[in-house]
Unconditional design. Sequence first.
Length: 229
Amino acid sequence: MNRRIAAPGLPAAVLFDMDGTLVDTERLWCSTAEQVADRIGRPLTDADMPHVLGRPAAHTAAHLHRTGGPATPDLATLATELDAAFAARVAREIVPRPGVPRLLNELAAAGVPAAIVSASPRHVVDLVHKALGEDRFALTLAVEDTARTKPAPDPYLAAAAALGVEPHACVVVEDTPTGVAAAEAAGCTVLAVPSTVPIQPAANRTVLDSLERADLSLLASLLTSAERN
């Protein structure tokens, strides 16, 4: 595949996590997981959060199945219940995160491709893609599209390859430690905007409290700083 050459000083692409980053769905996912966990007789605790935040339904379902109470159904039924309940809530309650529409418009105006890179299933990604505007994204990647999902680097490596850009020329926007780990393992520069769990700054990683504070100039400066390190 021919490699896309980024405009001088700009990211070759900006790769966005979806849940909790582009749209306010991390809250919906946690609430869905809590409701299902309560129903099977094992309420969630803080210790469960690494198995919920940034994780696909299959991972969370497997965790609940391993640790569930007497009302726990079989794994396939539990995964289907989690997935269906979450998709229904997303369809009813999609809300863009603050600053997202403006930033997407700015990227489009500058010709910088944007992508959704998610650990959610394809039908949920498609719901959000349509709600945010299909013309705003050059690519969407769902959990089914790679053999391994976050925190493995595969989703971000696959997105960069599909766009014809190098991972190190991309900025990834993430909201969870799981997603940050995936992006950094892929060699991308990271802008973290935590939604639920705190994330600390690190090399090639900048942390903001809101995408309202992010613009194309900031993304370009993060990439420039990473290249100097």
